[in-house]
Design a protein around this ligand. Structure first.
Ligand code: IMP
Length: 437
């Protein structure tokens, strides 16, 4: 099977990193193709927890090549810290990692611009970004004149371009009323840092686009690692409360350069409930004790920002939409163990919008904000499932829940996660999942 993909179906944080790490040994390469340090992919292996922001979640497997492709934006200081953190724990990420020369850099001014933009209110709410400079960097990528790519770190005019653009950005920041932030921009200091970026990251830069095409021609197997979730997709998500890349399945080809004809298997990842960080509509949100209980048991705090996540029941309207949008053919349902602690569990099967029953996910944020969830109630299973290793270890009520989710969403549940560790993952049939073509 040439390319399999792992895509988030909600608003991110679906535990995609865990799944990619688990599936990596069945592949030759793992590919991160969009997003940047806004992602926080957690991999738990025994007593070790790894939090990855840019580096693909296949990095813990020395025989697996890892690629960061053109659609990703890289914040070099965080990237270097991430590499050093892995090295300090005995992993050699430099031996199996390549970064595309076409990937864009999140520059220091992007971080400052994100702060200014994040003060603004859109549609009565704050977007609540991760403050990682993601939006400003992608904006400059599309704008072109102020963009820096990895390849630019190796060009002789780097210092001159940094000085020119830093001046322009200072004026822009002052124009936006952020003189305090403009004063933090120091072209000399940025140039000193950039020399370090060139030296340290330069050896990792390569032509990932052609290398991946070569791998496909040679019959190698790729695993595409999505970041964020499909509902945060810039074109198809809950705009403007989204991230600035195509975080649904539609971004795989543009971000990586891998043509769609090679994509044979799309695994959609969803939690057994819902969470969201930052602003934006969230129809099944629970602003009560139940929401607090999910947050506490599920340890629902952002990997990147530490912010408490908003929590709510599973939204089948939203996940059916993203399953279709991302071309998903197998569902991975995560955090099933968290639901063990509830007497009854709700699933949203439709919305009531202005008195009308709606089963189609509205992409207009204003309309979605008016959506009231229509719930179906399931009884809980009140059994600790963290030790379950096969589907037959799960109680009947958990099976009923999985069957109903599968029916509502329209694809089979092939993977169930019952805890953060690698071993706490149940595959309905791993060989069948990975052999389909
Ligand atoms: P940005 O990507 O930092 O610009 O943030 C835009 C929106 O996407 C905010 O609501 C963030 O909280 C959300 N977001 C970005 N990355 C992630 C992620 O990896 N997980 C969950 N939410 C995210």
């Amino acid at each position: 099977m040439p390319a399999a993909c792992v895509i988030g179906l909600q608003w991110g944080d679906e535990a995609k990193g865990k799944l990619v790490d688990l599936l990596a040994p069945d592949h030759d390469s793992v590919v991160r193709y969009q997003g940047g340090a806004n992602a926080g992919h957690t991999v738990v292996c025994g007593d070790q927890t790894y939090k990855l922001h840019h580096v693909p979640s296949g990095i813990l497997h020395p025989g697996v090549q890892n690629y960061i492709t053109p659609g990703v934006v890289i914040e070099p200081t965080t990237m270097l810290k991430e590499l050093e953190g892995l090295e300090a724990r005995g992993i050699d990420p430099r031996s199996n990692l390549m970064i595309s020369e076409r990937a864009h850099l999140v520059m220091p001014w992007h971080l400052l611009e994100d702060q200014v933009m994040n003060r603004l209110v859109v549609q009565g709410e704050n977007i609540g970004t991760t403050l990682r400079g993601i939006g400003p960097c992608y904006r400059d990528k599309v704008g072109r004149n102020f963009a820096f790519r990895m390849i630019d770190l190796l060009q002789p005019d780097l210092a001159e371009r940094i000085a020119t653009i830093a001046e322009a950005k200072k004026s822009l920041l002052i124009g936006m009323g952020a003189k305090d932030l403009a004063e933090q921009l120091d072209a000399t200091a940025i140039n000193t840092a950039a020399r370090r970026w060139s030296e340290q990251l330069g050896p990792l830069i390569g032509d990932t686009t052609n290398d991946l095409l070569d791998e496909l021609d040679a019959g190698k197997r790729l695993l595409m690692e999505g970041a964020q979730g499909s509902l945060l997709d810039i074109d198809h998500g809950t705009y403007p409360f989204v991230t600035s890349s195509n975080s649904s399945g539609v971004g795989i080809c543009s971000g990586s350069g891998v043509p769609s004809r090679w994509i044979r298997r799309v695994i959609g990842v969803a939690k057994a409930y819902s969470t969201r960080v930052g602003g934006g509509p969230f129809p099944t949100e629970l602003n009560d004790e139940t929401g607090e209980k999910i947050r506490k048991i599920g340890r629902e705090y952002g990997t990147t920002t530490g912010r408490p996540r908003r929590c709510g029941w599973f939204d089948a309207v939203a996940v059916r939409y993203t399953t279709r949008l991302s071309g998903v053919d197998a569902l991975a349902l995560m955090m099933m163990d968290v639901l063990s602690h509830f007497d009854s569990i709700n699933v949203c099967v439709a919305y009531d919008i202005d008195g009308e029953r709606v089963e189609r996910f509205p992409c207009d944020a204003a309309k979605l904000r008016r959506a009231k969830p229509i719930f179906e109630t399931h009884s809980g299973w009140d059994v600790d499932v963290t030790g379950a290793r096969t589907l037959s270890d799960l109680p009947q009520k958990a099976h009923d829940y999985l069957a109903r989710i599968s029916q509502l969403v329209g694809v089979p549940v092939e993977i169930v996660s019952v805890g953060p560790d690698r071993v706490q993952t149940i595959f309905a049939d791993r060989a069948r999942l990975l052999s389909m073509n």
